[in-house]
Design a protein around this ligand. Sequence first.
Ligand code: MN
Length: 204
Amino acid sequence: MAFKLIDLPYADTALEPAVSAETLSFHHGKHHQTYIDKMNAAIDGTDHANASLEAIVGAARGSNQGLFNNAAQTWNHGFYWHSMAASETAPSDDLKAKIDAAFGSVDELKEQLKARGAGHFASGWVWLAEKDGALTIEETHDGDTLADQDGVNPLLVVDVWEHAYYLDHQNKRPAYLDAVVGSKLNWTFASENLARETTWVYPN
Ligand code: MN
């Protein structure tokens, strides 16, 4: 089964000025597409050809770095598109209670996400996740992912690779984080992920 580029869940102008249509045209239309194309080429005719994306990520981790990178990046970007929303969203009562318990408030969580994103060295991802029943901020480097990690349920992610923000904010990663974390995170998506208690599945 070949994997497909999933549609953006909003218009390409919907996240402006935090993330422009121009950025999405490259980030979604070129970067994400290229990860998918390389993964599809790598699995064609192999035992992975009919596996789920999540199974491919898990099987390739530690054994096939090239396939892992492209499969994990395919998953991460799908999760990232859904981690942002065009209009303002709010956490469910259950998510809000867990945020308050772990961070004190939604605003404090946002500050910590921004700080971790700004402080992350080089390329990677900053996540809000549930681990052992409590919320935590996690970082992964390069293409690494939480998609296949036992006992960890990712709720939201922010891409901190330069390609996510350079056209709009140049070298100012904190400006990108202010804009996205400040008002574009999809708390409805995070609430759904928390309620499901199983890791999101790439909608191929
Ligand atoms: Mn990216």
